[in-house]
Design a protein around this ligand. Structure first.
Ligand code: PBG
Length: 353
C-alpha cells in the first residue's frame, strides 16, 4: 500500500483479463506472485490513496461543538468552526475534497424548503468559512430540499406528489447561492428530471463556468440512507418513501439512461449511490461512459461496518480499506466515505511503516 500512483481504469472494465486458455498447473502457479510482500506489491492492480477519498461532513449551528450521531458511531455533527478544523485535518492528509450536509434547525424547515436558498444558510456560511481558512480543499455542496422541508422530501410536495419542474427552479436558486458562497462542486442529489441542465445554465448565466457539477446520477431508493436521514433530521418527518424519484434497486439499464442524460446536460462527474451493494452499476457506468465516476459509501454501509467492528467481527480499518479497494476495482475514480479521514490516516501510517 505504498504507492501514490492512482489507478487508471483504462486497463480495466472493457478489456477482459489477459489469460491464455493453455496456461495450466504445474507450469503456471499463481502463488508465485504472492510469495512475498515485495512481489505482491509489484503486481498490485489497484491502489487506494488519499486522493481517492471525499469526506462528507454534517454541519450544525453553534460554536465549538461536536455532536455524536447515535446511528453512525464515530461520526459527528460539527459546528462551522469545528468543520474548518476538520477540513484542515483532511487537507493535511491529502484528501482533495469534503462534501457538506446541513442539520437544519427544525424551526427553519418549511413545506417549501425556502431555507435551502437563503444566502446566509448554514451551508453557505460553512462554505465561506472553510474557503477562507482552508483554501486548498475542494468544497462539494449538496443540492436537494430534504434537509430544509418539513416533510423530508427532496422536492416540493403537492397533494402527495413531488413536483418536478417547480422543484428544479428552487434547486437552481440553491445552487447559485452555494456557488456565490464559494462552492467548487455542486452536487445535486435530488433526482429530479432535467435539473443538471437547468443548474448548468443558471451557473453559466452568472459567470460560474468554472464551478463543476457532480451529479448523483444513479441514486437508488435505498434503506441504507437511514442513518443519514437521522443525522440531518429528516427521517422523523419523512412522509412516505422516495420511490417516485429515486431509482428502483432492481434496475440496472435505467442507471445508464440516467447517467447518459446527466452527462448530456453538462454533468462533469457522475455518482452511483449507494456504493458496495451497487458495484455492478459502477462497473457498467465506468465502462460505458469513461466519465469521472464516483461512488457514495453511504451512511448505512458505514454503520454496518462500524457495528460489525464494534462487535469484534473484524478490524474496522482493515474492513474499511478492503471495502474502498472494491470501489477502485469496480472502476471508481473516487469514493465519498465517512471513513475518509480514518482511511487516509491508515494509508499514511502504512507508508511510513
Ligand atoms: C438527500 C441525500 C441523502 C443522502 C445524501 N443526500 C438521503 C436521501 O436521499 O434520503 C444519503 C447519504 C447517506 O446515506 O450517507 N438528498
Amino acid at each position: 500500500m505504498t504507492a501514490q500512483k492512482k489507478n487508471t481504469v483504462s486497463k480495466a472494465p472493457e478489456q477482459g483479463p489477459a489469460y491464455s486458455s493453455s496456461a495450466a498447473y504445474p507450469q503456471t502457479r499463481l502463488r508465485r506472485l504472492r510469495s512475498s510482500a515485495w512481489i505482491r506489491d509489484m503486481v498490485t492492480e489497484n491502489r487506494l490513496c488519499a486522493s481517492d477519498l471525499i469526506w462528507p461532513l454534517f454541519i450544525i449551528e453553534g460554536d465549538n461543538t461536536a455532536q455524536a450521531i447515535t446511528t453512525m458511531p464515530g461520526v459527528e455533527r460539527l459546528t462551522i468552526d469545528r468543520a474548518v478544523k476538520a477540513a484542515q485535518d483532511a487537507a493535511a492528509l491529502g484528501i482533495p475534497a469534503i462534501a457538506l450536509f446541513p442539520a437544519t434547525p427544525g424551526e427553519k424547515k418549511t413545506p417549501g424548503g425556502e431555507e435551502s436558498y437563503n444566502p446566509f444558510n448554514l451551508i453557505c456560511r460553512a462554505v465561506q468559512a472553510i474557503k477562507k481558512q482552508c483554501p486548498d480543499i475542494g468544497i462539494i455542496t449538496d443540492v436537494a430540499l430534504d434537509p430544509y422541508t418539513d416533510h423530508g422530501h427532496d422536492g416540493l410536495l403537492e397533494d402527495g406528489k413531488i413536483l418536478n419542474d417547480p422543484t428544479v427552479e428552487i434547486l437552481c436558486k440553491q445552487a447559485l447561492n452555494q456557488a456565490r458562497a464559494g462552492a467548487d462542486i455542486i452536487a445535486p442529489s435530488d433526482m429530479m428530471d432535467g435539473r443538471i441542465g437547468a443548474i448548468r445554465t443558471a451557473l453559466d448565466a452568472e459567470g460560474f463556468q468554472d464551478v463543476a457539477i457532480m451529479s448523483y446520477a444513479a441514486k437508488y431508493a435505498s434503506c441504507f440512507y437511514g442513518p443519514f436521514r437521522y443525522a440531518v433530521g429528516s427521517s422523523g418527518a419523512l412522509k412516505g418513501d422516495k420511490k417516485t424519484y429515486q431509482m428502483n434497486p432492481a434496475n440496472s439499464d435505467e442507471a445508464l439512461r440516467e447517467v447518459a442524460l446527466d452527462l448530456n446536460e453538462g454533468a462533469d462527474m457522475v455518482m452511483v449511490k449507494p456504493g458496495l451493494p451497487y458495484l455492478d452499476i459502477i462497473w457498467r457506468v465506468k465502462s460505458t461512459f469513461s466519465a469521472p465516476t464516483f461512488a457514495y459509501q453511504v451512511s448505512g454501509e458505514f454503520a454496518m461496518l462500524k457495528a460489525a467492528a464494534d462487535k469484534g467481527a473484524f478490524d474496522y480499518n482493515t474492513a474499511l480499506i478492503e471495502s474502498l479497494l472494491a470501489f477502485k476495482r469496480a472502476g471508481c475514480d473516487g469514493i465519498l466515505t465517512y471513513g475518509a479521514l480514518d482511511a487516509a490516516r491508515w494509508l499514511k501510517q502504512q507508508k511510513s511503516a
